[in-house]
Design a protein around this ligand. Structure first.
Ligand code: AMP
Ligand code: MG
Length: 491
């Protein structure tokens, strides 16, 4: 297959051919200072057939720093609205991102190249249209981490830095990130046309999304209801994956919910260190609306906003039936993953309780979520073996002992073999996750133009399940300074 250069990328901009009401066409606003490449992602480049040697060219940073356009790009800012913290905001839209175009690969797939931090758009409201280096590093690394964890996500092609000042709580420098996804349509893209009573546009959007991304529904009866049903399924599955890995999104507004069930829009997210079901990673989320244990319910709440927006197109009863199926679906998906995490193969009704009680043990000890699940694979089911090292993670050792007896019996009931189970468990319980403090270390170095830690984490997290030589310290609990770093919406 021929690899493409920046000049020979192939674009086919389907979104730009939708009615004008869907977007505002405009070019990115480049930085005043010279843009430079901070990091680029070979796997993402391959998705658009881009030759990796293109990373070395100064034109690469110019293109993805918004200074020039490639032939065939047709840049636009997408319109959407959404419910933010439960309140409907009639117009949001790409306030600081620009869809440069849809790059086609040799398989005929289209990938949105969405430039985040590309300057003001008609949807910027009070914002400056910019993104800061700190937040783009967090997004860039977390995309790689999610990819490594096999959790559906948007991808990040590259990160471009600048010396331009951007004002947040402090003075920071501006950066741009190229986000890639088959589509950036959100729940809020449907909501905007529903609340404006522009039902023709609503239908055009639904038909477009089905044609592009749910083509198997083209001739289906009640295709809009079926489309919604699939969004419900994808969302339930996505959130089950977040819960299983101990990750909180932080701002699950309906404008940050992907219609494809991808993790979208990385802001004040967090992987849990110590297990706390009420974990709130977003410092600005005072009421804990988006706390870790609220995410499954918020998924449902957001889906009901989407259902509402689809009322002009689909039968209410059908939409409601899909919504009703969400919670059982989520629970099934979640339980399946948690069973895998504790190494069970067969399904038994008591598993739910066994898992809950293990989480309650973790909660009582504020034990490290990632480390303890990883350590559980060392559990010996041999009678009389005390599993001391594992027990040491818990404050209440007696409670652990009680649990361990039940776990041992449960493993015996399916003739579980310790060695074989360990291998299986290590393939689902990550050794490395992107702890906030690790991202913070990379950010601080990058602010002094040392990008080596970004590169190290990027490589490490692509393979989160395999022990990597020399990387032991990345699997340790956070140091004290790194335990309760505050991350807010400011990005
Ligand atoms: P977010 O919280 O990143 O999902 O953003 C919510 C809305 O605010 C979206 O419409 C964003 O485009 C917009 N937004 C966030 N930050 C900025 C900014 N610095 N400048 C302009 N718009 C922004
Ligand atoms: Mg957003």
């Amino acid at each position: 297959m021929a690899r493409r250069t920046l000049e020979t990328l192939v674009f086919d901009n389907t979104y730009a051919r939708l009615p004008q009401a869907f977007y505002a066409k405009l070019n990115p606003t480049p930085f005043a200072s010279l843009p430079y490449l901070v990091h680029a992602n070979p796997a993402a480049a391959e998705l658009i057939d881009l030759d990796l040697e293109q990373f070395e060219r100064s034109e690469f940073a110019e293109l993805f720093g918004g200074k020039v356009l490639a032939p065939g790009m047709d840049p636009l800012a997408m319109l959407y609205s959404g419910h933010q913290f439960g309140v409907y905001v009639p117009q949001l839209g790409d306030g600081r991102a620009i869809l440069l175009g849809e790059a086609m690969n040799h398989r005929g797939e289209r990938w949105d190249l969405h430039l985040k931090g590309a300057g003001m758009t008609p949807f910027s409201r009070d914002g400056d249209g910019r993104a800061v280096l700190r937040s783009t590093i967090r997004e860039y690394l977390c995309c790689a981490a999610m990819q490594g964890l096999r959790i559906p996500t948007t991808q990040a092609l590259c990160l471009v830095g600048s010396d331009d000042k951007v004002y947040r709580e402090q003075v920071e420098t501006g950066a741009m990130l190229v986000r890639m996804a088959p589509s950036h349509v959100r729940f809020g893209t449907f909501e905007v046309f529903y609340y404006r009573k522009q039902y023709e546009h609503l239908k055009t959007l639904a038909n477009y999304v089905i044609e592009q991304h749910f083509r198997h529904l083209h001739d289906a009866d009640e295709k809009y209801a079926q489309f919604f049903n699939e969004v419900v399924e994808r969302t339930a599955k996505l959130i089950a994956q977040w819960q299983a890995v101990g990750w909180a999104h932080g701002v699950m507004n309906t404008d940050n919910m992907s219609i494809l069930g991808l993790t979208l829009d990385y802001g004040p997210y967090g992987f849990m260190d110590d297990y706390d079901a009420d974990f709130i990673c977003n410092h600005s989320d005072h009421n804990g609306r988006y706390a870790f244990n609220q995410q499954p319910y918020i998924g449902l709440w957001n889906l009901s906003c989407l259902a509402q927006a689809l009322l002009p197109l689909a039968e209410k009863e059908a939409l409601k039936a899909s919504l009703d199926a969400y919670t059982p679906q989520f629970e099934r998906e979640y339980l399946k993953r948690m069973r895998d995490k504790i190494g069970l193969v067969e399904e038994k009704t008591e598993d739910d309780e066994l898992i809950r009680d293990f989480l309650s043990l973790l909660q009582g000890s504020r034990a490290d979520y990632t480390i303890v699940f990883r350590a559980l694979s060392t559990f010996s089911s041999v009678e009389g073996v005390p599993n001391e090292k594992l027990r040491d993670h818990f404050l209440d050792r007696d409670r652990f002992e009680e649990w361990a007896i039940r776990y041992r019996d449960r493993l015996k009931s399916e003739d579980s073999h310790d060695g074989e189970r360990r291998g299986r468990m290590d393939r689902v319980n990550p050794k490395y996750v992107l702890r906030n403090y690790l991202a913070q270390t990379a950010i601080e170095k990058a602010q002094n133009k040392d990008f080596s830690e970004i590169d190290r984490l990027f490589r490490l997290l692509q393979d989160s399940f395999t022990e990597q030589p020399g990387m032991e310290r990345y699997a340790l609990p956070p140091p004290n300074w790194g335990k309760h770093l505050t991350v807010s919406c400011s990005s």
